[in-house]
Design a protein around this ligand. Structure first.
Ligand code: C2O
Ligand code: CU
Ligand code: CU
Length: 478
């Protein structure tokens, strides 16, 4: 089948205590979509890769006239893309060239916490460089790197600290997916901004505790982008990199597309859609087949009714590829006997957001789970069914399975591993959660202002044979 709706609770779309900012098409001239360059390793061997990731300030030409002050990783805005081949050991220098502290969080990466993971307990002070090493230990997936200093994650991401991270492996490499980076395998970071005087952003002026938004779509740090398509099929690695906005995606003429991967990697089965909603921090890899489109035509990607990317179709070589009905086998482990169902409650809106009735406290460990255990987690969004928001629930340190929504089937594209799941108001989503690596990990709403506002908690994944103690930061030591 081809699904034609967005799923999720439509009345909850855009809920924002009245403060929702609809998207508007910019009148700036169209520009070629920026493709984040691949970050060149400092050194590479058959088994090891060495990278330096440098968080820096800069200026980017986004609109005609004055450049916009922006931040980025190894570039002025967003980041150069990192490639993590499965099985290799990464050695990464984390350099902070900013004037304030930051952290380097690998969203979706299966690494120990809380230091390698790069949440709020792993500050890198201005002028400092820290080093992490880890082995890439998960299937091919589209992940991302973003700043995570509490409580200014949202502001730093708004400045531009968000980059793509692509895990590769042999299994994905065998599937008939486009994978020529920047040509037919294209990252698409969806964000929105408001431009003030002299083309500048002003986070404080636009501040909203339910999430900062702007009317102007910004895709890979490009305003009004077009992309020149030179192949019949393209694969888009879409990341909702917005602080708050849900993207409701569809192409002109309702051109169907196929989702092949979600947050944690390739899904067991491809899913055909004409419409797709992504909540904050979610990723979807989709394959679009332009075989029915003539060279010279343009296919537009919209969010609601606003054009966000124009795909200009050029001459392409015809190909005849059918995706297999089954893409990969994914493990579905049994729940560990005698483990209770965990309950997590996301509560409130604007300043009143909480997790389990509490605001986040860096020094407080809210839960513990044994490494290797498989447990059910019931995530409830306590917002009122009629006036509440969809809260995107994210966990560090794990990729989980979505078991059910209010006891009913999860959405058709939720059958693979995920690290972020949108929870409708009044709904309980059941997850199957397992930690492979020890550490202190955060879990939170990924409307980033909600996270900074306290809708966040942390869990220690522990290995009884190797007990550990962690130095946890607090607001005063930061
Ligand atoms: Cu995308 Cu706690 O992060
Ligand atoms: Cu994360
Ligand atoms: Cu939220």
């Amino acid at each position: 089948p081809t699904y034609t709706d967005y799923f999720f609770d439509e009345p909850a779309y855009n809920t924002h205590d009245g403060g929702y900012v609809p998207l508007e098409e910019s009148d700036a001239p169209q520009m070629a979509l920026r493709i984040p360059p691949l970050l060149k390793p400092d050194k590479e061997t058959a088994t090891d890769t060495y990278y330096t990731v440098d968080a820096q300030e800069g200026e980017t030409q986004l609109l005609p006239g004055k450049k916009t002050k922006t931040w980025g990783y190894n570039t002025t805005l967003l980041g150069q893309t990192l490639i993590f081949p499965k099985g290799k050991t990464m050695h990464i220098d984390l350099k902070n060239s900013l004037k304030e502290l930051t952290t380097f969080h690998w969203h979706g990466l299966n690494v120990p916490g809380p230091y390698e993971d790069g949440g709020c307990h792993a500050p890198v002070y201005p002028g400092e460089t820290k080093h992490i090493d880890f082995k890439v230990d998960q299937p091919a997936a589209t992940l991302w790197l973003h700043a995570h200093p509490c409580p200014s994650t949202a502001e730093q991401v708004w400045h531009g600290l968000a980059g793509m991270v692509l895990v590769t492996d042999d299994q994905e490499a065998k599937l008939p997916f486009p994978r020529n980076y920047g040509v037919d395998d294209v990252p698409l970071v969806l964000q929105d901004r408001r431009f003030h005087e002299d083309n500048q952003w002003d986070y404080n002026k636009d501040y909203d505790p339910d999430g900062v938004q702007g009317p102007t779509p910004m895709i890979n740090g490009t305003i009004n982008p077009y992309f020149d398509v030179t192949t019949q099929r393209i694969r888009l690695r879409i990341l909702n990199g917005a602080n708050r906005r849900e993207w409701r995606l569809h192409f002109s003429n309702d051109l169907p597309f196929t989702q092949v991967a979600s947050d944690g990697g390739v899904m067991p089965e491809p899913v055909n859609f004409t419409h797709l909603m992504l909540t904050c921090a979610e990723r979807a890899e989709i394959i679009v087949d332009f075989g029915s489109v003539k060279p010279g035509e343009t296919v537009t990607l919209y969010s609601d009714d606003t054009p966000i990317v124009r795909f200009r179709i050029h001459e392409y070589e015809h190909e005849d590829v059918t995706l297999p009905d089954h893409l990969v086998d994914i493990p579905d482990p049994e729940v560990t006997a005698d483990t209770p169902v965990r309950k997590v409650v996301m509560d409130g809106m604007d300043e009143y957001v909480m997790m389990d009735g509490k605001k986040f406290n860096m020094q407080r460990i809210d839960a513990r789970q044994k490494v290797g255990n498989v447990e059910y987690w019931d995530i409830t969004n306590n917002n009122d069914k009629d006036s509440g928001m969809v809260h995107p629930y994210h966990m560090h340190g794990t990729q989980f399975l979505v078991v059910s929504r209010n006891g009913k089937a999860s959405y058709p594209n939720e059958h693979g591993y995920k690290d972020t799941v949108g929870v409708n108001p009044g709904e309980t989503v059941r997850l199957k959660v397992r930690f492979d690596k020890p550490g202190v990990f955060m879990y939170h709403c990924h409307i980033i202002e909600h996270e900074d506002g306290g809708m966040m908690a942390q869990i220690e994944a522990y290995d009884p044979e190797h007990p550990k103690t962690y130095k946890l930061m607090d607001m005063d030591t930061l």
